[in-house]
Structure formats: C-alpha cells, structure tokens
Design a protein around this ligand. Sequence first.
Ligand code: ZN
Length: 261
Amino acid sequence: MMNLNCKKDNNELQLTKAGVNQSSPSVLQHDTTIVSANGGYVLTFDDCFIDEWYDLLPLLDSFNAKATFYISGFDHYTEDQILKLKIIQEHGNEIGYHTLNHYYLSKYLKNHTMAEYLRNEIDLGVKMMNNAGFFPTSFAFPFGDFTDSSTVALLTRFQSVRTANGITNMFIRKTRKTNEFNAYGIDNAYSPVMKDVFRSLKISKENNEPVVYLSHQVIHHYRENGYAASHERLIEIIQKAKEFGVPSFTVSQAFRISPKQ
Ligand SMILES: [Zn+2]
C-alpha cells in the first residue's frame, strides 16, 4: 500500500539544534505534581508511520513493553490505519498528539498567532481524534520546536508536553515539578550512542527519573541514514532495560500528574 498518510516528506525532518531552547528561563508554573515514583524508560514514536508501528506490536508485546505514539496528520489517515491505531492502543500503548500539519512552531508564529495554532493545529485535530474514539493527553512539539509560552498553553490542554528532541542529555527537565520533558533520539539520523542509552537506563533507576527515547519510522533491519530505528535497536534497549530491572512506561504512566492539594 502506498504510504499516503504522511503529507510531509520524511527527509524534511531536521535535527532540533541541541540546547537551542534550553537556556531560556522557565516560566512554567503549574498546579500539578509529578507522581511517577520509579525510574523507567519511555519509548516514543512520532508522526504517522501507522503501518510500521502496527507491525511492531508483536515485538513490543513479546517483551511486555509499551510505547507512546505521537501522531500527526490525523486528517489523512485511512480507515484501515485508524483501525490499526485502535489496536495499537488496545495493546496498552498510548496515542499522543503531534499536530495536524507538523509545522515548525517558530516559523508558523511569524505569520500566525498562537490562538490560531491552538485552534487549527491543536483543537481541530484533537476533536477529530475524539470523534474517532481517541483522547490524547500527551503532546509533543513537531521538530521539538517550542517556546516557554507555547508550552504553557499546551499544558492547559495536555497532561504532559515533550519539548526538545534529538538531545544528548537525556535527563534535562527544567524542574521536577513540571511535566515538560525532553527526549533522546534513537533514530539512525541522531547517531545514538548505545553506550549512553544503556547508561541512561541505569541512571533512570538510580534517580527514579523516567528517561524518554524518540524514534519515528521503525525498520526491520539497520540502515545507514534516516529517521528510523531498527527492530534490532529497540530489542537491544528493551533487553538491557529488563536486565537492569528498569520498567517500560507510556508517557502518561511516567509523567502522571495529580491535582494540587
Ligand atoms: Zn514529528
């Protein structure tokens, strides 16, 4: 089947400049508390590779590992893909939200307002998902392109927001009191260092801090380039986590929030 669900060309994806937004002061003030008590790892997958992700289910299930799929372009999915997404969810995985058109937020805001972004890229797509029986509570910025004020706006609609991606420091979070977090890219394009990935699993356990990995397309075998991780790489991570006794979480399991008392 032709893959018509992704409007953008995957080659357009670019690395977020590591740290580009990380020095800006935090303005986040939320009446929420992270209650995640244990270290664990979170596999996240972005965009609209529904068919590849569906094919990943036997692998995930065989290890009892869960993943979170941040989906974009919901207005372009076929009925078959929506059904696959439902099955992915029924297997204990989470379906998160990743906008309709996958814009660079900073570019979008040069010609539009944040209110337009929220209306056209967020609320419209979420409503479509709601109508199809999906109720995403986790959000990820396309390209990891975000601002503090946009993060605040998104956190009024979602329980957690994934911001920068493709970073090398896996544990950057502005404060433990906010459910805003970064992700470490494990696609070939990010040139992940597996030694560091394994180390992050240990740190996650020692610090009771979830560690989040980011991938896009899933491929069966290693290849040189692309925003894709192979089944082999995912198995390596999952097996190492098992060896270390580090559990697998979905995003909403790792970044649960409780109302302020
Ligand atoms: Zn994306």
